[in-house]
Design a protein around this ligand. Structure first.
Ligand code: DAH
Length: 355
């Protein structure tokens, strides 16, 4: 039996060839395989093409039926090819869809709601409380010069606070401010300038009543110290502002900040170059986990006459008090945080607790 010479039991041979083609197409698993298989049947020297060429040798009367048979075969093979092409394309599409599958049952991505840092919240509380007592809120540079950070605050050149060991000096004798106290001078000088007319006329200027919260820097790092930390400076200067006023303002502040009057507050004698007399303010909670321990919360004192002079005022006329408190410390006490560094690690698990 010869498929190619146009003789023999052609119907069976054609059925056989169609079956072979279908089997080869089915075995092709890629479009390239399939095109190769197609070429073996329908290509220039493919089996079907050879059959058609073989017709040339047939007598005229057989050509018609033979031609029709071969066309039926050819149509069958083409149909099988088309079906297989479609099947391969479908399979490819199905694979692609699977790879790119979307689980529409998953919850959508949400924009997380942000919140205020606990130190920012503590600052806002402090500003609101002192604001309610008539204090202005001032802001100033974190890179200070020698005059404002030390000299104007009556801190002599050999004072330990100027030591390279705990101070970040930058170029040209500038320093990252070691406390917010320079704001006392900056604010007072502006205030005095603004009221120069009154002062020149021998009249009393309006009182200076200000707080200045902000970042401060020292070479220090452990559970209760960070090289960058926060202070709030307070200053109240007038013609008859006394230690008694300092006490009432500060006690009122602590009671409002901690939302309790269940505490003891003491003023312990201390020393600062820019105040005389000076005190350290300690507090002790009467209840809660910190109950019974004296906690240091602020330095304070009556503004030193030399500092009053450096503000451009006459210490015979003007007198007042100042204080400088650690905001981080106050926030730690208020929120029950035991390691100061957690405030600045940026760990959302910690920070999210304050929202
Ligand atoms: N500047 C001081 C410090 O950082 C704190 C301080 C003490 C500020 C007494 C004051 C004050 O205004 O009167 O240690």
């Amino acid at each position: 039996m010869n498929l190619l010479d146009g003789t023999g039991p052609v119907m069976n041979d054609q059925d056989q060839m169609l079956k072979t083609a279908q089997a080869e197409f089915a075995a092709a698993t890629t479009p390239a395989d399939l095109e190769n298989a197609k070429a073996r049947f329908l290509g220039k020297s493919g089996l079907v093409t050879e059959l058609l060429k073989g017709m040339a040798a047939l007598p005229v009367e057989q050509k018609k039926t033979r031609g029709a048979e071969i066309n039926v075969l050819k149509a069958g093979i083409e149909a099988a090819l088309t079906a297989r092409r479609q099947a391969l394309a479908d399979a490819e599409l199905a694979l692609q869809l699977k790879a790119e599958a979307l689980d529409v049952s998953l919850p959508g991505r949400q924009r997380g709601s942000g919140g205020l840092h606990p130190i920012t919240r503590a600052m806002a509380r402090i500003e609101a409380i002192f604001g309610s007592m008539g204090f202005d809120v001032a802001d100033g540079p974190e890179i200070e010069n020698d005059w404002f950070n030390f000299t104007a605050l009556n801190t002599p050149a050999d004072h330990p606070a100027r030591s390279m060991h705990d101070t970040f000096y930058v170029e040209n004798g500038h320093v990252l401010r070691t406390h917010t106290s320079p704001m006392q001078i900056r604010y007072a000088v502006q205030h005095v300038k603004r009221h120069a007319g009154l002062i020149a006329a021998g009249q009393a200027m309006p009182e200076i009543r200000v707080i200045a919260p902000g970042r401060t820097y020292r070479v220090d790092s452990d559970a209760t110290h960070s090289p960058m930390f926060h202070q709030v400076e307070g200053l109240w200067v007038g013609t008859n502002i006394s230690f008694k006023d300092l006490k009432s303002v500060y006690v009122n502040f602590l009671q409002q900040f901690f939302e309790t009057t269940e505490m003891e507050i003491r003023f312990r004698p201390s020393y600062f170059p820019f105040t005389e007399p000076s005190a350290e303010i300690d507090m002790m909670f009467a209840t809660g986990p910190l109950k019974g321990r004296w906690l240091e919360v602020s330095g304070a004192g009556q503004v030193h006459p030399q500092v009053i002079r450096n503000m451009g005022l006459d210490p015979e006329t003007y007198i007042g008090f100042a204080f400088g408190s650690g905001i981080d410390r106050l926030a730690m006490l208020r929120y029950g945080v035991s390691d100061l560094r957690q405030f600045f690690d940026g760990d959302l698990r910690f920070l999210a607790q304050f929202q």
